[in-house]
Design a protein around this ligand. Sequence first.
Ligand code: SIN
Length: 494
Amino acid sequence: MGSISFPVQLKNPGLLDSRGLVAGEWKQAEGNKTFPVYEPSSGDVLYNVSDLSKNDFIAAIDSAHEGYKALYPGMTAKERGIVLRKWNDLILENIEDLTNILSLENGKTYAEAKGEVGYAASFVSWFAEEATRAYGDYIPSQYKNAMVFTVKEPVGVCGIITPWNFPAAMITRKIAPAIAAGCSVVIKPPSETPLSAIALAKLALEAGVPPACIHVVPTKDRQASLELATNPKVKKISFTGSTGVGKMLSQLAMGTMKKVSMELGGNAPFIVFEDANLDLAVEGALVCKFRSSGQTCVCANRIYAHRNIMDAFAAKLVARVKAMKLGRGIDEGTTQGPLVNKAAVNKVKSHVADALEKGGQLITGGKAPEGLKGFFFEPTVITGATQQMQVATDETFGPLAAIFPFESDEEVIQMANSTEFGLAGYFFSENVGRVMRVAGKLEVGMVGVNTGLISACETPFGGVKESGVGREGSMYGLAEYQNIKAVTIGNLHE
Ligand code: SIN
């Protein structure tokens, strides 16, 4: 299995597996075909994982279609909640191993990886409770001697397609509500980071998720994974990734009218008003620009600072950025990991070059560091950014903090909203009137005021405009995996 020795000795070695999970069996690809998973901090192969095929997707979908009744009506909501609670406990019991796997395959620092595993568990624990709150309604009927009530039913088989930037949390944010609702799932994990998904599925089985209700189909073959969007037995697609791929999947899914949840690209504005507490704003910028080396959909992409405080804000930010230490995620002392691959490094490089060509000033960083072998890029700050630069319109997905000066509220709100994306937006102000006004005017699904951290299991996660449809986590997340059935009973009394 895997054919390469893993750099870290796991306490629970069974969590590391190169195979997919199809119809309750851990499955190798035909002819033992595999694809390499690279360690971003060295660029070396970390592990080889089974490269499953379209036939494996079909087998997984068939099994999920036959099997989902084991969760609904086979189990009560309370029983599904108990299984999820056990899964949460197992994730937390294995947090060190899961953290090592995640950090090695994704590159994020040990602290960030551990934070992500905890974040992943929080969705499982949240939906363990939500499972029992899938209330229907009683509706007064306009007809005499009649009543109407609604039942929330699981949609059925769900195709789950997750990104490499959160190898654990995006799995649980989708699967936990699916299982809570009584759906079976077929997961296509990212080919860059499939090991966390496999490990989590092992723990889900151990927790008691029926084998026919969870499938993991690792593959490098994009065409094969499109089976999830076209197969009529799949009733729902949940995807996190780029807007381009999200649109393509949605179009395919509409061929059989599947329900869709799309958590797509962002281009978050981060506004520092003249009356902001600058220390808080710097903390916020560090968290939301440099978390996972700038590789989150909710990362600040455009930092707008009022002209009167821009230099002071930039100086404080730069002092903190210069203190960051690049390195391998699992090594002690590392505060910034690598990017996921060479293409990601090249994208940041091109945004930096474009900004400098168009008049931006490089204050720190700006290049791939010397002496580090993997896919690293120095944490970078550029001032004097303008709306004409690539960074204004295109998500960098890397550690580039581009600071744009502004003068009035109207001007900055107009610039903040001048994008087709609408996932997250942040601003810092000590003026309560401005807080209410600007929060209302930002065209985004999530607003952070005086904080750079908005992600939590209880908070609805999702965007507007071309950043997607649907909400994950929170009291709204379960509904994404349910259909409402209305039952009208007539002629009750005569
Ligand atoms: C994402 O980048 O897709 C998710 C970020 C988060 O949950 O905070």
